[in-house]
Design a protein around this ligand. Structure first.
Ligand SMILES: Cc1cc2nc3c(=O)[nH]c(=O)nc-3n(C[C@H](O)[C@H](O)[C@H](O)COP(=O)(O)OP(=O)(O)OC[C@H]3O[C@@H](n4cnc5c(N)ncnc54)[C@H](O)[C@@H]3O)c2cc1C
Length: 401
């Protein structure tokens, strides 16, 4: 909360109770992480992470009512989780299950709301071999069965939460060749998984998800109406990317705090005679950059929850810029504690590796910046067309705008 307290006035939609609940979450997280198994023990960590998610769900760590307050609360919750470890990015909240809650049929949404409230997890299966940045070209396909159900077959790669998810939102071509999304239960016998070892972010299993004629009911299982998969994807990532960004910034803030504490302790015991200027400059600059990016992520969450037309742009370029900021901050901060931060067991080394994964996951950065640039150019072109070509002298209203 040391990082968040000064930002209290920037989140007026969080009333005192909601703010206190962020504080309670931060406190409980700080207690729970003490019992985390070592990062090297993958199976134990995956079990522990899922257990932690269930426990926090049972303890009622949930956002307040109202879409904007809920989005802002979740953004701060992600920052608190990331502060301890990027693996805690699914500690609270519906995550990718949000697509089901907002876009699925009422009965399906209701059933998944209960499961998510009990701490179950939902994964997303969108990326394919040809490239995740080109979702419009997906080839996973559904064929129509005689009884009206669809059978989905194809291969998804780089899927996170591969073994832990209770369900996946899968993107595929429907029998009319349009892109649709559906929720598939993880227990379906038509699912085959191949786990791949990642370079970082290894708390949750990651890899290939193959679908062999997985049945989907177009009435109950679709997430959004048939053919609207791309809209579901875009709307979801307008909400989800600011949360990813806040988690990454939390991780950078955690490393910043470790480095400050280590330097202060070394000075106290006399190992360091004084902290050099270059270290102090890095500490000041990275603190300002992390805080500014977090405020931008909160704004992006708020815009998405309010359905603002700027939300997609803010989420795309905000994720790329915010995660870049976090990654650069940790890269700059790590050398300030010397070689001890380079040990495999160091949380600083882990944070560096984990943040590298977020440069790809949830949108690769050159594609996000590029699509942001395209939107900005279109916007400028559209406003030029909307404006009469004749020259108008500036008015008071123009200046105010
Ligand atoms: C840790 C991690 C977790 C992930 N979790 C999930 C998950 O849960 N579910 C899921 O579906 N996916 C997941 N992904 C996949 C992630 O979304 C993709 O990695 C991301 O979308 C980028 O896709 P890609 O890796 O296939 O790269 P590509 O899309 O192939 O892009 C690679 C490069 O090629 C460039 N490029 C693309 N098209 C062109 C072109 N026409 N000409 C020139 N260059 C081009 C891109 O800009 C980029 O620089 C995860 C990835 C990681 C690393």
């Amino acid at each position: 909360m040391t990082w968040l307290e000064p930002l209290r006035s920037s989140v007026p939609e969080l009333e005192a109770r909601a703010w206190d609940s962020v504080r309670r979450l931060a406190d409980e997280l700080a207690g729970l992480v003490a019992s985390a198994p070592p990062a090297g023990d993958r199976a134990a960590r995956s079990r522990w992470l899922l257990g932690l998610r269930r426990r926090l769900a049972q303890h009622g760590h949930r956002p307040p009512a109202g879409p904007v307050a809920a989005a802002v609360w979740q953004t701060l919750a992600q920052f608190c989780a990331g502060f301890h470890d990027l693996d805690l990015r699914d500690a609270t909240g519906p995550g990718h299950g949000a697509m089901i809650l907002t876009d699925a049929d009422e009965a399906t949404a209701q059933s998944w709301r209960g499961r998510l409230h009990r701490g179950e997890l939902v994964g997303i299966a969108a990326t394919e071999r040809h490239g995740g940045s080109r979702i419009q070209e997906i080839t996973t396909r559904a064929r129509l069965r005689r009884d009206g159900r669809w059978l989905v077959s194809g291969e998804k790669c780089w899927v996170s939460r591969l073994m832990e998810s209770a369900g996946f939102v899968v993107f595929f071509r429907d029998p009319d060749n349009r892109i649709s999304a559906a929720v598939v239960d993880a227990a379906d016998r038509g699912l085959e998984r191949e786990v791949i070892e990642p370079f970082g972010l290894d708390g949750w299993a990651w890899g290939v998800l193959r679908l062999h004629e997985v049945p989907v009911g177009p009435a109950a299982d679709l997430v959004g109406p048939a053919g609207t998969g791309l809209d579901v994807f875009r709307r979801h990532f307008a909400r989800f990317r600011p949360l990813v960004t806040a988690t990454a910034l939390g991780t950078a803030a955690g490393v910043h705090t470790l480095v400050v504490d280590a330097l202060a302790a070394r000075c106290r015991v006399g190992v360091l005679p004084r902290v050099r200027d270059n270290a102090m400059i890095t500490l000041g600059r990275t603190h300002a950059e992390i805080t500014a990016s977090l405020l931008a992520a909160i704004t992006a969450s708020r815009l998405a929850a309010a359905g603002h037309r700027h939300a997609y742009l803010a989420a795309r370029i905000g994720k790329a810029a915010g995660v870049d900021t976090a990654h650069r901050a940790v890269t700059d901060l790590a050398p300030l504690v010397g070689a001890c931060g380079f040990q495999q067991a160091s949380p600083i080394a882990k944070a560096r590796a984990d943040l590298t994964g977020l440069l790809y996951a949830d949108g690769i950065h050159d594609s996000l910046y590029r699509s942001g640039g395209i939107s900005l150019l279109h916007r400028s072109a559209a406003s030029a067309v909307a404006q009469p070509q004749t020259h108008h002298p500036r008015t008071k209203t123009d200046t105010a705008a």
